[in-house]
Design a binder for this molecule. Structure first.
Ligand SMILES: [Zn+2]
Length: 364
């Protein structure tokens, strides 16, 4: 059984008409889930509430919260807002277009639902929970990449602070490197961030190189796996078998927080990777297997994906793998399954292993 954390207010996470991030994904997917698989015996929907400033302060400065709240609330209300201070707190890709949704409230709701997910999973009521958000580019005092409050970082920090966990694995499978999340935990040995993403020389945010391994006590607790453009199912399988699985086995996490949506799909409009819908299912099954080290405990966070035709199939396929749903997710569109980047990916895997060996981590 999977707990699905959902509130229709999530749809308000919408930067306005013409912006690549629209809130309709948070309506499309739950509808697709209900249509594809009956709730009984498979999953159950849970509501949640938006968090207040006190919770947000776990991941943000009050100054940043104040600006972000005022700015996005005014933009939603249709008020003319001065953009003069915007650049101090946000990059221009976070600038709403036209009338955005109640985006700031929705970002608080994303975190509130994840907080509730932590409660359910830590109480042992559900082994796993599915959440929506994954705003992994946001930093303590700066929003970017369509992200205002980093809910992935919140979830991991909340698990450390409220539940006293010592070892949390954050597995970021989004096509883009989670530069925000990395910044939060770069010096921590309590959160292992494994981040598989498209080579930063070819994609925003331009960080997440194999040489970035953490600092101080956090050295070896950031593992970046920058795969080449075109990397598809076989490349990802290789990365999981050769790198992720042995590293996770050594780290022995007490819970897995996975984030990332469908933007590594080959038909995504913003990225250049090569996964198929079946590849997402493979990733889901790998995560399910990894979670055996922590009694199945996991929190899964979906959010990205800029081809809305692909999005529900890829998300569903991933979730079906993680939750072991007996459902065959077949997309109505043609998929090219070839992966021409395998040889290149093998080299990346070797490089990452070499770097980790050098600092005496995970590989002998
Ligand atoms: Zn992304």
């Amino acid at each position: 059984m999977l707990a699905v954390m959902y509130h229709e207010g999530l749809q308000e996470y919408d930067f306005g008409p013409g912006h690549p991030l629209q809130g309709n994904r948070f309506r499309i997917f739950p509808e697709f889930l209900k249509k594809t698989l009956p709730e009984d015996g498979n999953y159950r929907f849970f509501p949640g509430e938006a968090v207040g400033d006190e919770d947000l302060r776990l991941i943000c400065t009050q100054e940043y919260i104040d600006f972000t709240r005022e700015y996005f609330r005014a933009a939603h209300a249709g008020l003319t807002v001065s953009q003069s201070r915007f650049g101090r707190y946000h990059s221009m890709d976070n600038l709403p277009q036209g009338r955005p949704g109640k985006l700031e409230e929705a970002a608080r709701l994303i975190i509130g639902l994840e907080k509730r997910a932590c409660e359910l999973v830590m109480a042992g009521e559900y082994p796993g929970a599915l959440c929506f958000g994954g705003l992994h580019h946001a930093k303590p005092g700066y929003g970017e990449g369509f992200c205002i409050y980093n809910d992935v970082a919140f979830t991991a920090k909340h698990l450390l602070e409220k539940y006293g966990l010592e070892r949390v694995l954050v597995l970021d499978t989004d096509a883009h490197a989670g530069n925000g999340t990395a910044e939060y935990f770069y010096e921590s040995d309590r959160v292992l961030l494994i981040d598989i993403h498209q080579d930063p020389r070819t994609l925003y945010p331009g960080t997440g190189f194999a040489s970035e391994l953490g600092r101080g006590p956090g050295l070896g607790y950031t593992v970046n796996i920058p795969v080449p453009p075109g990397a598809g199912d076989r490349s990802y399988e290789l990365v999981f078998d050769e790198l992720i699985e042995p590293v996770v086995w050594k780290f022995q996490p007490q819970i897995i927080v996975r984030n990332g949506g469908s933007d590594p799909h080959f038909a995504d409009d913003l990225t250049g990777l090569g996964l198929t819908v079946a590849g997402f299912n493979m990733i889901g099954r790998k995560v399910r297997k990894l979670a055996e080290v922590c009694a199945g405990r996991h929190i899964d966070i979906l959010g990205s994906g800029y081809n809305l035709e692909v999005l529900p199939y890829a998300w569903m396929s991933l979730v079906a793998g993680i939750a072991d749903f007996k459902v065959d997710v077949r997309p109505p569109f043609e998929e090219a399954a070839s992966d021409r980047a395998v040889a290149h990916t093998e080299k990346v895997v070797e490089e990452v292993k070499k770097n980790l060996r050098k600092i005496g981590k995970y590989f002998a």
